[in-house]
Design a protein around this ligand. Structure first.
Ligand SMILES: [Ca+2]
Length: 396
């Protein structure tokens, strides 16, 4: 298996789940420190073989995006737990849309599967999680975003490397500078490739001589994602993983990789209670609710994004879009005493009463808090914005 540069990636994880990153939300502002940095970076880029013409065209309309820095600083506070993460990545809406693309893009996904040996449902699930099947590709200018992060971000050298890779993509002529757009951290197109991943794995699947992961035609992007997984060692016909019930003894080995025989000996069984099928060595992932065993292909998905939640999210979505049911194991009530069903009900009821909780997937964010506070105020209660079983009772 070739060594894959891991896309380590809290930022990826969050960029995917949020609303699409829109250029309007990230206006450029004048910044002389940034301008000086670009001038110095230009010398470094030219030394590394980037042509002056390519560089100047790339930066002609580029600028400092303070909104990107804000995102970079606030991301750590908003990491979802497994339950919320799965509620978002494998929501009924995303499952339904996934079933639709499996049929509407059957030909393309079939061709991708035939060439790279990665099942259509898996490629579709990556597409679904990364950009909601191409509908949330993001239109933040990549050169501006990456140069801002390279100038002032928390991981300046990482982003300077990404910026250099982005310039190489422009030099190759696959895309024009104003069309090179993406999420706020520079993840691009249907499958949100960062520039270094693009340089290593993007392919021209539709045969028009350009590797275009940005356009409405998802062919190149989906072919590229499958090529990436195939290069990381994907084995066709093998499952990514399974939901399991984790015994106390096994829970101590969370994160470890063992044989299925060893996991069985530790008392790990399928969510349904049956014996775990043997697909080789597997990593145990635990959560506040169900556990998961990640087989070889699950670990391969980790090349795309190393987070266990990402792997389980893509895997679970890929199962659900071909008709497998929801998880067998539930999650315990949250710190406010509400289950996910309670939270969904609460958001639905608030919506019906004219409030805007932001979503009805049971995942609470600032909008749900504001909606709760509004409802509390309307009842003459203290507007804490925090849910409780009592509040739920008032809404029933
Ligand atoms: Ca192409």
């Amino acid at each position: 298996m070739p060594v894959i540069t891991r896309r380590t990636t809290i930022f990826g994880l969050l960029a995917l789940l949020a609303a699409p990153a829109l250029a309007d939300d990230f206006p450029a502002v004048a910044n002389s420190g940034y301008d000086d940095w670009v001038a110095r970076f230009r010398a470094r880029a030219l030394k590394r073989g980037i042509g002056a013409k390519v560089f100047d065209a790339a930066f002609r309309h580029a600028g400092f995006l303070p909104g990107v820095i804000e995102k970079d600083r606030s991301q750590a506070e908003s990491i979802y737990g497994m339950e919320d993460y799965l509620a978002i990545t494998a929501s009924d809406e995303r499952v339904a849309a996934g079933r639709k693309v499996l049929s509407s893009k059957a030909r393309l996904l079939g061709q991708v599967e035939a060439r790279y040996g990665v099942e259509a449902r898996v490629v579709a699930a990556i597409w679904g999680v990364e950009s909601f099947y191409g509908t949330k590709r993001g239109n933040v200018p990549v050169i501006s975003a990456l140069s801002t992060l390279a100038y002032e971000g928390r991981r300046a050298s990482f982003f300077e490397g990404q910026l250099m890779a982005a310039l190489k993509i422009l030099a190759h002529g696959d895309v024009a500078p104003d069309q090179m757009t993406g999420g706020w951290a520079g993840a691009m197109g249907h499958t949100q490739f960062i520039p270094t991943t693009y340089l290593s794995y993007a392919v021209d699947f539709n045969g028009d001589s350009r590797r275009d992961v940005w356009s409405d035609d998802p062919g190149d992007a989906l072919g590229s994602a499958a090529h990436y997984l195939a290069s990381a060692g994907w084995v066709k016909g093998q499952p990514w993983g399974v939901e399991v019930h984790v015994s106390k003894a096994a829970g101590k080995s969370a994160g470890k990789i063992r044989t299925v025989a060893e996991w069985r000996k530790l008392g790990v069984v399928l969510g349904s209670g049956e014996a775990v099928p043997d697909h080789g060595r597997a990593r145990l992932v635990t959560s506040s609710g169900p556990g998961f065993l990640l087989f070889h292909n699950g670990l391969v998905l980790g090349a795309y994004n190393a987070s266990n939640r990402y792997i389980v999210g893509v895997g679970h979505l890929s199962d659900r879009i071909v008709g497998k049911g929801d998880l067998a194991g539930g999650f315990p009530p949250d710190s406010n005493g509400l289950t996910q069903a309670d939270r969904v009900f609460l958001q639905q009821r608030l919506t019906r009463l004219g409030y805007d909780p932001g979503s009805t997937d049971g995942v609470f964010g600032p909008k749900t808090a504001a909606a709760i506070a509004g409802f509390q105020a309307s009842k003459g209660l203290k507007a804490t914005g925090v849910a409780s079983p009592d509040l739920l009772g008032l809404l029933r």
